[in-house]
Design a protein around this ligand. Structure first.
Ligand code: NAD
Length: 326
């Protein structure tokens, strides 16, 4: 099996050293119009969330003889499934890898925002050690609303139980585990009305794109804290800025951003994105570069599943194959 591994990061290679029958060609550039030719001769491509999987690229891959797109991610909102289905390409993902890695990171963002770490760290760096403006809030005992109660939402609920939080959840496909962990399901409007903290753990789908917009903010409690480790497109960034400026939202932790493909995993002299620039300098906002997954345990688990997926598809097994999104 020849696999073109795009967007290779130096930290990833060691995890793919023991890959049995798979021969990886490691390509540092992301998959794009400029780099797609490097997949020539490969049976599969292995790609991440910042790779271009538009119709044009998928068509070129298919024309080169690539049959399988093996994602190194859980989320697959960056794949044009209409094109993949039309072309007969198989797309696999990693359905779950160390959900605790993302849940612990969401908790870290939450605690940091509650205790005003963005402002504290900025002030300390400027040798300003006054306390005014730094008063925080407690997470213990809060009502936390979780939108999306799958692997990560449940892992987050488990952590919150240690803080004595009241955990409420919304999910169109409820699962028993969330209830066994002490969570209770409510309607989306009740999440907005009751939660002091709202954490997003659903996929980006047509139904969840801009789920958090001006209307959703208007239904939330004043001073709500928002945590997003799911996908940037679930929140309307301009509406978020309005909610921050009006005081509706007290603090925000974002590991994902709308349009992050042009921002994360690179160094910039300046950003051509006014909303993100404003968020970055806002004292109540903590932005991290889609890093929640990034633990030793998660990378081990991802590489095992990716190799398993590549070999399974090659032998005709149907595992971790994504059906087109609806
Ligand atoms: P999962 O599939 O186990 O859980 C997602 C849950 O969202 C499911 O229970 C599903 O029913 C629910 N859902 C679907 N539509 C919904 C809607 N309209 N409203 C509310 N809930 C809805 O996935 P997971 O492993 O828990 O991952 C969740 C998301 O986290 C992924 O889709 C991905 O976008 C994101 N993620 C981010 C990172 C990171 O590093 N920041 C890493 C992994 C995953």
């Amino acid at each position: 099996m020849q696999v073109a591994f795009f967007n290779t990061q130096s930290y990833e290679r060691p995890f793919y050293a023991e890959s049995g029958d798979i021969r990886f060609t490691f390509i540092e550039s992301p998959l794009s119009v400029e780099t797609v030719d490097q997949a020539n001769g490969a049976d599969a491509v292995c790609v991440f969330v910042s790779d271009d999987l538009s119709s044009a690229i998928l068509t070129q891959l298919k024309n080169m003889g690539v049959m399988h797109v093996a994602l190194r991610s859980t989320g697959y909102d960056h794949v044009d499934f209409t094109a993949a289905t039309r072309l007969g390409l198989t797309v696999t993902h990693v359905p779950s890898y160390s959900p605790e890695s993302i849940a612990e990171f969401a908790l870290a963002l939450l605690l940091a925002v509650q205790r005003r770490f963005p402002l504290i760290s900025r002030r300390s760096a400027e040798l300003d050690f006054r306390l005014d403006g730094l008063m925080g809030g407690l997470t213990s005992g809060c009502t936390v609303g979780i939108i999306g109660t799958g692997y990560i939402g449940c892992a987050f609920a488990r952590l919150l139980s240690g803080f004595g939080c009241r955990v409420i959840g919304y999910d169109p496909s409820p699962n028993n585990q969330f209830v066994e962990l002490g969570g209770s399901y409510v309607e989306l409007d009740a999440i907005y009305a009751q939660s002091e903290v709202i954490s997003l753990h659903c996929p980006l789908l047509p139904a969840t794109e801009y789920l958090i917009d001006d209307v959703a903010f208007s239904k939330m409690r004043d001073g709500v804290v928002i945590i997003n480790t799911a996908r940037g497109g679930i929140i309307n960034t301009t509406a978020l800025l309005r909610a921050l400026n009006s005081g509706k939202v007290r603090g925000v932790g974002l590991d994902v951003l709308e349009g992050e493909q042009a921002i994360f995993y690179q160094v910039h002299d300046e950003l051509n994105n006014n909303d993100v620039q404003t968020l970055l300098t806002h004292p109540a906002v903590l932005i991290t570069p889609h890093v929640a997954f990034f633990t030793q345990q998660a990378l081990e688990s991802i590489s095992k599943t990716v190799c398993h997926n590549i070999l399974s598809v090659a032998t005709g097994k149907i595992e971790n194959i994504i059906a087109p999104t609806v």
